[in-house]
Design a protein around this ligand. Structure first.
Ligand code: SF4
Length: 362
């Protein structure tokens, strides 16, 4: 039994393990073991989870928790089942319970908007901007932009607040065009994620020129909020890395505050770790038989947790408090079978931090 306790407050609940899209960069399907899981979460798994959740809240006297519906595509779970689930969740006794959903937005219709509004579900929608139709494609290869925009427009009509998440593609050369795409949709707040790679990848996307240009636009445009820059600027001033993994994770947020519950009830860490390969997240724990604070009692997860230290090669770096070696999942190497190296984006991140800091000073 290890002494480091995981006291998760953020629960990623996988309602469906399949998707109606096959986005080219999707981390979920990079681990083929997800196809071995039930397509949708079963009622008994929901019941085990909610029972363990209430016990977990009571045990640690938690006051704020978040349950985030994920997939695959969580709306494949269906409207009726989602309503039943939300009704069951209403019975959980805790001061603040936040419900969230990360969706590709292609299924959103009036009925979904009614469900979202009725249960106060915070929506995160994935939109990639000008290259959306290149990467976010249906199973037949067709781009999904028009369906996603329909979903966005319906949510706006229903006064639903939603966050926008995009993934950078290094074919996007023009940061202004990228921003203009979102502004035309009247979206002034979004995030742009660095593509998931690790040391096994031969081609590392070129991010620094684009991010530097984007930062210049972000600084001048007071209406624009881009989470990546908000968080890096915040960490410049507070001189530490964020709690959870936009960059480094030496605070162990990934392992202590967050767990994933799969459609088969298995308890796993935050699942972008799947980019490390087949069954990379698999543990010996399941909500049928284990409590929700159990993750660090799994040997594999304990080894990952130990890996989430500042890499030795980052010790002399002036950005180590901001970056902490980079995104945990990007640090994986199949040669060493661990996360001990710094991110392959290191030089590019240094370039971005230098640019941001000198621009802010000037
Ligand atoms: S910029 Fe590079 S050397 Fe510095 S902390 Fe990040 S990964 Fe390590």
């Amino acid at each position: 039994m290890n002494k480091n306790i995981s006291k998760p407050k953020y629960f990623i609940l996988k309602l469906a393990s399949r998707c109606n899209l096959k986005c080219t960069y999707c981390y979920w399907f990079r681990d083929k073991s997800v196809y071995e899981k039930p397509k949708k979460i079963k009622d008994e798994i929901v019941d085990f989870f909610l029972d363990k959740l209430q016990k977990h809240i009571n045990k640690y006297k938690l006051t704020d928790i978040t349950i985030s519906f994920h997939g695959g595509e969580p709306m494949l779970y269906g409207k009726k089942k989602t309503i039943q689930l939300c009704e069951k969740i209403k019975n959980i006794k805790v001061n603040n319970l936040t419900l969230a959903m990360q969706t590709n937005g292609t299924f959103i219709d009036q009925e979904w908007c009614d469900i979202i509004n009725k249960y106060g579900i915070g929506v995160g929608i994935s939109v990639d901007g000008i290259l959306h139709d290149k990467n976010r494609i249906f199973l037949n290869g067709r781009g999904s932009l028009s369906e996603t925009i329909n979903g966005i427009n319906l949510m706006k009509k229903n006064n639903i607040n939603f966050g926008v998440l995009s993934v950078y593609d290094d074919e996007i050369k023009d940061a202004q065009k990228f921003v203009d795409f979102f502004k035309k949709l009247n979206l002034h707040e979004f995030d742009i994620l660095i593509p998931d790679v690790n040391h096994d990848y031969e081609n590392i996307p070129q991010i620094s020129n684009f991010y530097n240009d984007l930062f210049n636009i972000y600084l001048k445009d007071k209406d624009l909020k881009i989470r990546f820059f908000d968080q890096v600027v915040k960490s410049f001033y507070h001189n530490n890395s964020m709690e959870v993994n936009i960059l480094g994770d030496v605070n162990h947020g990934l392992f202590k505050h967050m767990v994933t519950i799969n459609t088969d009830g298995s308890i796993e860490p935050e699942d972008s770790i799947r980019t490390s390969g087949y069954k990379a997240c698999e543990t010996t724990k399941n909500v049928r038989t284990h409590n929700l604070d159990t993750l660090l009692n799994d040997d594999k997860i304990q080894n990952m947790y130990q890996s989430a230290q500042l890499p030795k090669e980052c010790e002399p770096c002036i950005w180590k408090k901001v970056c902490a070696g980079g995104d945990f999942t990007h640090r994986y190497s199949s040669k060493t079978q661990d996360y001990s190296k710094k991110t392959p984006y290191c030089n590019q991140l240094k370039n971005i931090f230098n640019h941001m800091a000198t621009t802010l000073i000037n």
